[in-house]
Design a protein around this ligand. Structure first.
Ligand code: GLY
Length: 366
């Protein structure tokens, strides 16, 4: 993958292109001049998205629609009970109920759709795409989102796997030493599948506050015409307050696509991304001429500036949480960055699929 990193370095600072062959879409004011008319298809995703990026690039290379390509990619992860951060098998809320969030954006059609707090549907990204395609709305939530999904033919299923349920029971038992739930040590029973090491290994789950796991998948793609789409999907913050909505289904926060400029999505602490309009900020910074990596880093600096609450800062006064951005610009240049070092993201380009290191602001979380 070193050739890809070289590509990143040489591409830094190159401006992004305006619309070429985009039908009636007009470049917005401030969109930089066209640099390239033919683009090498590329897809980027969070670290748990290797299969997703490969699927997305394969689809667009065969002439498939860019949004269908990324949704098919993340559907693999949503259906995978082994990924505890997304869809089926996602970690539940405070009450032990899996509530899912997702958004999609279609670059050429300027389309957006999203669902939040949806229960019982394995593939919320597909439902978000249906909200975009079959309604006049952008965001459906909770029971209404589920009813819409059922009307479209989705199956109602139990999304709580035994493994995720055991982890929730494990967490519940440690909440207080004044309630009637016994800890694992007190019961003498190990919780099957409660080891978190395998999830943390690839950065699939990040730690929100040192206790609660959090994960998501974002996947973006560009085809050879320079058309872009993106999707973000998640089970959100583990053990969250029922009804909590993160950044993933919020257009402009967990995902943003402007077909004149680029696409960006996020994983990590959603509250920080929402407050800074994260993915929209990254796209606007690319519009102003920044490379994808530099734009991601600058948007992360805004999060650092916004993090003033002592409860969210470590001993060095820095955020006690992490956020990651993944971006592609109109020329097919791509990048990703995190607040803290050590993260990787998935990339598929030119027949190669693999992980690359995220750029970062700080070496250690402290
Ligand atoms: N970024 C996912 C969430 O906060 O829900």
């Amino acid at each position: 993958m070193s050739s890809r990193r070289d590509f990143l370095k040489t591409s830094a600072g190159v401006g992004v292109g305006a619309a070429v062959g985009l039908g009636s879409a007009q470049p917005l004011r401030g969109a930089p001049a066209v640099r390239k008319s033919v683009v090498v298809p590329v897809s980027v995703a969070s670290g748990n998205g290797l299969e997703a990026v490969e699927t997305a690039v394969r689809n667009v290379t065969q002439g498939g629609d860019t949004l269908d390509a990324v949704v098919e990619g993340v559907n693999i992860v949503e259906r995978d009970p082994g990924d505890a951060s997304v869809g089926f098998g996602g970690l539940p809320n405070l009450d032990g109920v899996v509530q899912l969030d997702s958004s999609v954006m279609h670059g050429p059609r300027r389309g957006a759709g999203a669902v939040a707090c949806i229960e019982g549907i394995k593939t919320p990204s597909s439902v978000a795409r249906d909200v975009m395609r079959y309604t006049d709305h952008v965001l459906l939530v909770g029971e209404g989102a589920q009813r819409f999904a059922l009307s479209m033919g989705y199956q109602l299923e139990d999304l709580l796997t035994e493994r995720s349920r055991r982890r929730w029971i494990d967490w519940r038992a440690t909440m207080s030493d004044r309630d009637d739930y016994l800890t694992l040590e007190e019961t003498g029973h190990a919780a099957p599948g409660s080891s978190r090491q395998e999830d943390y290994g690839l950065g699939i789950l990040d730690s929100h506050d040192g206790v609660r796991p959090q994960g998501t998948i974002n996947c973006n793609v560009i085809n050879s015409d320079g058309d872009l789409s993106g999707v973000t999907t998640t089970s959100g913050l583990a053990w969250k307050v029922p009804g909590r909505v993160g950044d993933s289904p919020i257009v402009g926060a967990g995902l943003y696509v402007d077909n004149d400029v680029g696409a960006c999505g996020s994983t990590g602490r959603g509250e920080a991304v929402i407050k800074t309009c994260g993915s929209h900020s990254v796209v606007e910074l690319m519009r102003a001429g920044m490379s994808p990596t530099d734009a991601c880093l600058e948007a992360l600096r805004r999060i650092v500036t916004f993090t003033v609450e002592p409860r969210l800062r470590n001993a060095e006064g820095r955020p006690s949480f992490n956020v990651n951005y993944y971006a592609i610009n109109k020329n097919g240049e791509y990048g990703g960055a995190a607040i803290y070092a050590g993260g990787r993201y998935a990339v598929c380009r030119d027949g190669e699929t693999g992980h690359e290191d995220l750029a970062y602001l700080f070496e250690r979380r402290g």
